[in-house]
Design a protein around this ligand. Structure first.
Ligand code: P6P
Length: 350
């Protein structure tokens, strides 16, 4: 059977037909996000040329003010999405407060929380960076959306995913019916289905964490990472350490190969670095739909209800069994800890 070329738009329509209960106009939002991603991709892949082109490393939008790439990405997404009539309100990593639909534009029934260009500090090193998005139904009744529309738990998401920009740009998303990946084909300007029904292995052999923070972590996470690194053939340890420092790139690799991404809290930042609304919750939805898990060490990330737009959370994300092990270490309940303690405690003399 020759491989069928399916564009993202064709796939979305097929999914709507197959899952009429899940279809909603949010698919128009998803389609428009893909358009914005193509526009961002064009600039991101050029960014490596800025020195050669003598530009200032910023984007000159139609002769207007020059902008940093992440601000450019935010404006493209805002411009494209706010023209659809689907949105009630947006929130982004680049905006301190919620972003209403522009005056005079129709107000719709969806909310988009997004990180326009996560990891953008890596751009000059030509490391993959990404857009992370989360689409939710508004809860307010009418008029412009409000803060409460954005501050919903991840379980309310109707769609979530990410775009990873690089030599091969991909869009990966879920609407609650599995996880599907599309690779951008510049020659036709389309995202083509390349990874249908992505499933993350139940257990991986990779851990991704910035070990430079090790001495700031709590005992539980220290013990967990030490356990992963210790020689134990029966447990398949040591795991391999893989850390790009770009969330989308680290998550995407672990999604395909299996493994666990860790961004723990520490004594300086008890809630860690990553935000619930537009980093942890959307990737948690993708991870769970691919058969994986996402936890803050004690609770599903999907159930967290943020009190503010930029609220952070410790994030343990990836293969189900690995996230479970991590939770047990954080909660001091993992059987390996008891064995470790028995081994460490001196033999009792009568
Ligand atoms: P650290 C990039 O700045 C980012 O927000 C994520 O993409 C990435 O996972 C994390 O921060 C890296 O943080 O502290 O390890 O440099």
């Amino acid at each position: 059977m020759p491989h069928r070329t399916i564009t993202l738009s064709q796939f979305i329509l097929e999914q709507e037909r197959r899952h009429p209960e899940a279809s909603g106009e949010f698919t128009r939002v998803l389609t428009d996000l893909a358009l914005a991603a193509k526009m961002i991709n064009r600039e991101v892949v050029r960014a490596g040329l800025v020195d050669i082109l003598g530009e200032t490393g910023t984007i000159n939008i139609q002769g207007e003010k020059v902008q940093k790439l992440d601000r450019f990405a935010r404006d493209v997404i805002y411009r494209v999405l706010s023209a659809t009539g689907q949105l009630a309100v947006l929130a982004s990593e680049e905006d301190e407060d919620i972003v209403p639909v522009p005056e005079g534009q129709p107000v719709g029934k969806y909310v988009v929380n997004f990180d326009p260009l996560d990891g953008s500090s890596n751009i000059n090193a030509n490391v993959n960076i990404g857009t992370i998005f989360s689409i939710l139904p508004r809860i307010s009744r009418d008029g412009n959306g409000d803060l409460a529309d954005c501050l919903q738990p991840g379980t309310r998401q109707v769609c979530a995913g990410y775009v990873m920009y690089g030599s091969s740009t991909m869009l990966v998303y879920t609407t609650g019916n599995g996880v599907h990946g599309f690779t951008f084909e510049p020659s036709v300007g389309e995202f083509l289905l390349s990874h249908a029904e992505i499933h993350i292995p139940e257990r991986g052999r990779i851990y991704s964490v910035n070990e430079g923070n090790y001495f700031k972590w709590g005992e539980g996470i220290k013990r967990y990472v030490d356990w992963l690194k210790a020689e134990d053939a029966a447990a398949g340890h040591p795991y391999s350490a893989r850390y790009v420092g770009s969330l989308v790139a680290d998550f995407h690799r672990n999604l395909l190969y299996g493994g666990v991404f860790l961004y723990p809290g520490d004594r300086k930042n008890p809630k860690g670095k990553l935000r619930i609304l537009y980093e942890a919750a959307p990737l948690a939805f993708v991870a769970e739909q691919a058969g994986g898990a996402a936890s803050n060490g004690r609770q599903r990330v999907m159930e967290l209800i943020p009190n503010s737009l930029h609220e952070r959370t410790p994030l343990f994300l990836g293969s189900k069994r690995d996230v479970e092990d991590c939770e047990l270490f954080v909660q001091e309940k993992h059987p390996a800890i008891r064995v470790d303690r028995r081994a460490a405690s001196p033999a009792r003399t009568r």
